[in-house]
Design a protein around this ligand. Structure first.
Ligand code: G
Ligand code: G
Ligand code: MN
Ligand code: NA
Length: 252
């Protein structure tokens, strides 16, 4: 309850920031784009993880204006990179509460337009556990975004109840397999599960992103499994926006 009260003023007080974690094309080794990750610096408690406060903002409805703020930051940062990195993809996490807002597709398009980011440079990451309310409504909302050229990614794939159903029913272009499948490669059985998931996703013509890559061994295994994109602490931690131009100059 105390955190919820502080959250209400945090946006006005400028306590939020957005960091950007690079994603790499595994085959070429080049940067593909960035995932925008929200950070909250509480004046007394320091940095608080979005895993802790996003659920509170979903319950209070604050996620709608906060989500729009994140989207605007990410689009403006994406646009600022296009001069040096014209095919950058800026990926932004969105909550089911946002998707269920009737105005969401129009708001996203308008934010990208006013920030100067072409829709096909913007990707929205949707967590499968967050979609449940109404599959038909989510389908319509996502279709409106997809028709505008925005890339849609299913996040944390494989850990929810309905992964395969979402894959069948919703118009995604990209699947991000959950960290647990990147990390659990130590037994032959675990590795086979990860490989089978990658094959399934590729068979459906989606691009596959592996998240949480922490070791060279994991990266090499994922490359052998024909995974498309990798993201994780091995490759880079999330970066502050000021760090991006130097990072791109080094890795493009
Ligand atoms: O960056 P970190 O590992 O602390 O993120 C924890 C969780 O918070 C992840 O599941 C991530 O997807 C989620 N998250 C980070 N930024 C945002 C955001 O801007 N919006 C939403 N809805 N979730 C976010
Ligand atoms: O649920 P989502 O995929 O959006 O979560 C992204 C979160 O994962 C971010 O908070 C980010 O900080 C975190 N993350 C990114 N790379 C790694 C990694 O290599 N290992 C671990 N444990 N977490 C990571
Ligand atoms: Mn994500
Ligand atoms: Na997520």
């Amino acid at each position: 309850a105390e955190l919820t009260e502080h959250l209400r003023d945090a946006l006005k007080l400028g306590q939020f920031s957005v960091h950007y974690q690079p994603q790499f094309d595994i085959r070429s080794g080049r940067v593909r784009g960035f995932e925008a990750l929200l950070r909250w610096r509480h004046p007394e408690h320091g940095f608080i993880s979005p895993a802790e406060f996003i659920p509170l903002t979903e319950a209070s409805g604050l996620i709608v204006p906060l989500g729009m703020w994140v989207l605007r930051q990410a689009c403006e940062t994406g646009t600022s990179l296009l001069g040096v990195f014209p095919d950058a993809v800026m990926s932004v996490n969105v909550s089911a509460v946002q998707i269920n807002d009737p105005d969401f597709p129009e708001c996203v398009k308008e934010i990208a337009r006013s920030a100067g980011l072409p829709p096909h440079r913007l990707e929205l990451e949707v967590t499968e556990t967050a979609l449940i309310a109404s599959l038909e409504y989510a389908q319509r909302q996502l279709m409106r975004l997809s028709q505008a050229g925005i890339i849609l990614a299913l996040d944390d794939f494989g850990v929810g109840y309905s992964s395969l159903n979402y894959l069948k029913k919703l118009p995604f272009h990209v699947v991000k397999i959950d960290k647990s499948f990147t990390n659990d490669l130590t037994t032959p059985k675990e590795a086979k599960v990860t490989e089978a998931i990658i094959q399934l996703v590729k068979h459906l013509d989606y691009r596959v992103v592996a998240e949480g890559v922490e070791t060279f061994d994991q990266l090499n295994r994922l490359k052998e499994m024909d995974c498309d994109v990798a993201q994780g602490f091995l490759l880079s931690r999330p970066l502050a926006p000021e760090q991006l131009p130097a990072f791109i100059a080094k890795h493009l």
